[in-house]
Design a protein around this ligand. Structure first.
Ligand SMILES: Cc1ncc(COP(=O)(O)O)c(C=O)c1O
Length: 391
């Protein structure tokens, strides 16, 4: 059986040994120096000014929405557009925090929202924020999407949990929006077991994210910023200053264990991405040619493609069901991410004013599947995958 995920993280044995030593010699395992070091390394690698580490990609999504609300850049009742094919915890915080959610259909050949699909929705709704998901290492014309958002004053946030390392027109995905969210869950490009982050160049947003991440207090701010916020709120007692809560927050903190693993993984990040890229290019060149069975997937507009799974969108549900049977006990397969979100029970329960359908998202939901692409796939396994999907 070719599993979707082969290990908890890259170089598992070697890093686990070092982790044991680290734990034995550490006096602090709650958030601290290792996490800070990871944030710095990761921000530099992503080419962003700031990185705020949290305990999952879902927490990153929740934190960014709460931070935008706390800053008054978003208000309860605002319309937020989102990619119709995404993960549940992209939309859930929007619903939980009182925003109106507008699904935007994807293009069937890139699996992502395009500027055309965005414009169709902007003609109907006064969208204040776009929560774009860069699905499975791909993107459509995200540069044009950014241009539209800039022109219309729409806040663009990218969920980059599935596309770490993809480069489009010379720029890494995750660097088009005001901020981007990342998941470090097992099986994603870079694993810290559980973990996530938000990257941004916006200092005000970074400061608010630090407050949102930990209880709404100022503990993780710089001394200078603590002083500023304390003066603003008239907090001049050292007895109370550590227990003053300035804005709405949660406890989304991660631990030094995750920080340590993240730092150890950072050594290999480009190697991991490169291996996934090579696997994908080899598999895609064989499988996607079969356009009578599968919808063609376009990726020649992308400079470097980095994904953790390979999507296949079948021409019919019958073909997909036959493949499910063929892969049984041989290749682990799954539906494409969370599928078409409007078909999910939670969406039907909480978003009762939604009318219409997203044609392409529905095809992906009903006729799509994916299998894993990880850096530990062997040549024989790749051959086996190609054989099953081409004969
Ligand atoms: C697009 C996307 N966003 C967010 C998440 C949530 O990340 P996590 O599992 O770290 O909470 C996932 C999960 O895989 C995802 O695919």
């Amino acid at each position: 059986m070719i599993k979707l995920i082969k290990s908890t993280f890259y170089k598992e044995k070697e890093i686990k040994k070092k982790l044991c030593e680290f734990i034995m010699n550490s006096s602090q395992l709650s958030i601290g120096k290792e996490c800070r070091k990871f944030e710095e390394k990761f921000a530099k690698w992503q080419k962003r000014k700031y990185c705020v580490m949290v305990n999952s990609g879902s927490s990153a999504n929740l934190a960014i929405i709460q931070a935008l609300l706390n800053l008054g850049r978003l208000r309860k009742g605002d319309y937020v557009g989102f990619s119709a094919v995404t993960w549940s915890t992209n939309i859930m915080p929007l619903i939980q925090l009182g925003l109106k959610v507008i699904p935007i259909d994807i293009e069937i050949d890139t699996l992502n929202v395009s500027s055309n699909k965005l414009i169709e929705k902007l003609n109907k709704y006064p969208v204040k924020m776009l929560f774009l998901t860069n699905l499975l290492g791909f993107c459509d014309d995200i540069d044009k999407i950014k241009e539209i958002c800039d022109k219309k004053g729409i806040i663009l946030i990218e969920d980059n949990c599935e596309s770490l390392g993809t480069v489009y027109k010379g720029r890494k995905l995750g660097n088009f929006g005001v901020a981007s969210t990342i998941s470090f869950y097992v099986g994603h490009h870079l694993s810290t077991i559980e973990g996530g982050a938000i990257c941004t160049d916006d200092e005000e947003l970074e400061t608010m994210l630090q407050i949102v991440r930990a209880h709404g207090w100022d503990r993780h701010l710089t001394k200078q910023k603590q002083l500023k916020i304390r003066v603003k709120h008239n907090v001049n007692s050292t007895f109370y200053s550590r227990y003053t809560f300035y804005d709405l927050g949660y406890n989304l903190r991660t631990t030094e264990i995750n920080g340590f693993i993240g730092n150890a993984q950072m050594k290999y990040i480009d190697e991991i991405i490169n291996k996934r890229k090579n696997n994908f290019l080899r598999i895609a060149a064989s499988i996607y040619k079969n356009t009578s069975m599968y919808y063609p997937i376009k990726y020649d507009h992308i400079d470097l493609i980095s994904n953790f799974a390979v999507p296949v969108i079948c021409r019919s549900q019958k073909i997909r069901n036959e493949l499910v049977e063929k892969c049984k006990d041989k290749i682990e397969i799954r539906p494409i991410v969370g599928g078409d979100m409007v078909l999910q029970p939670f969406f039907k329960k909480y978003v009762n004013n939604f009318v219409g359908e997203n044609k392409n998202a529905k095809i992906v939901h009903e006729q799509g599947l994916y299998f894993g692409n990880n850096p530990e796939l062997t040549e024989e396994e790749i051959d086996k995958i190609i054989k099953i999907f081409t004969t």
